[in-house]
Write a protein that binds this ligand. Sequence first.
Ligand SMILES: Nc1ncnc2c1ncn2[C@@H]1O[C@H](COP(=O)(O)OP(=O)(O)OP(=O)(O)O)[C@@H](O)[C@H]1O
Ligand SMILES: [Mg+2]
Length: 361
Amino acid sequence: MPRVSFEHIVKRFGAITVLDGLNLAVDDGDFLVLLGPSGCGKTTLLNLLAGLSDVTSGRIMIGERDVTDLDPKDRRLAMVFQSYALYPTKTVRGNLRFGLSASKLPKEEIDKRIAWAADMLQIGPLMDRRPAQLSGGQRQRVAIGRALVKHADVLLFDEPLSNLDAKLRTEMRLEIKKLHEELNPTVVYVTHDQIEAMTMATRIAIMNGGKIEQFGTPDDVYERPANLFVAGFIGSPSMNLLPATVETGGRARLADGSLLDMSGYVFDTTPPAGAELVVGLRPEHFSLVANVDPACRLDLEIRHIERTGSDAMLSLAFGDRRVVVRATPTETSRLKSGDKIAVTFPKDRLNLFDAGSGRRI
Ligand SMILES: Nc1ncnc2c1ncn2[C@@H]1O[C@H](COP(=O)(O)OP(=O)(O)OP(=O)(O)O)[C@@H](O)[C@H]1O
Ligand SMILES: [Mg+2]
């Protein structure tokens, strides 16, 4: 399965520039997720790869082939749409077959592929039904099956799970991931759901306003966000982002006057005393028990506790801001709004950003 690359891609709709010189490349067999807020250009980029829309300038390569000006049908890719786009009057078998009808494959080969996809996706018993007689998840499987039978080099998905309920989404996520592990196609998958991105991707491109803010593995973007946009976007609840000023001796001072020990942090560039930072503290990395030699200890008043069953989210007053801390229900069973508590943060989990540029330092 080939590598896919976008080179200096510009896409304009009239006077609107949606993509402005975008570069991105994924290796063969990678599962690339394009992740970003609504309107950032994910579908636009996917449609350019699929050939459903033309680039204004730039080049798209699939393996050694320049596909920029090729017809969609000559690009050897298959796409699963958010709407599934099944033919309502055709049966499941007819829908699967339709994807191959233009292929001039012998009938035996077509039947073999349909049987293989049906088996793989466990839709064998549904072959004679029409889409209206299927559940959302079953329709979704047929749409994937129609893409699989093409034996395409590259599989494209545009938000394929967004019409499903939460439980089905989780199941389908696992199934698509399993499919990728078994067949190992190159996948480009669009979503604005970060759980989908984190669980399925081998590489994530985080997009914002037509630009790529960070490209890396799920661990990279979670552990080492490249800038404040990624830091705030990845993680739920979001990373706490607090302003601080660098002092001498590898320390910084937070807005409430407490000190931050940065000695456990690996700087790309060490900031001088007086530099303004933003300190990123993930809710799940705080500790309610005394932590020996932490990066910081905050004494804060509880504003609100939200219990979700598995977690307890503490919302703590920090001047006119909030600090959110994720704890367990057991740890917090005796706590209530108005209590003052101490929380500590480990040295090796800090994220530090330059307040001016927003970049990781
Ligand atoms: N045909 C078009 N004409 C003008 N503007 C367009 C056109 N198609 C898309 N856009 C604009 O391009 C930007 C990116 O759109 P795109 O559909 O790629 O976003 P997206 O990241 O897929 O968002 P969503 O998560 O909502 O699907 C948006 O601002 C959109 O309004
Ligand atoms: Mg879209």
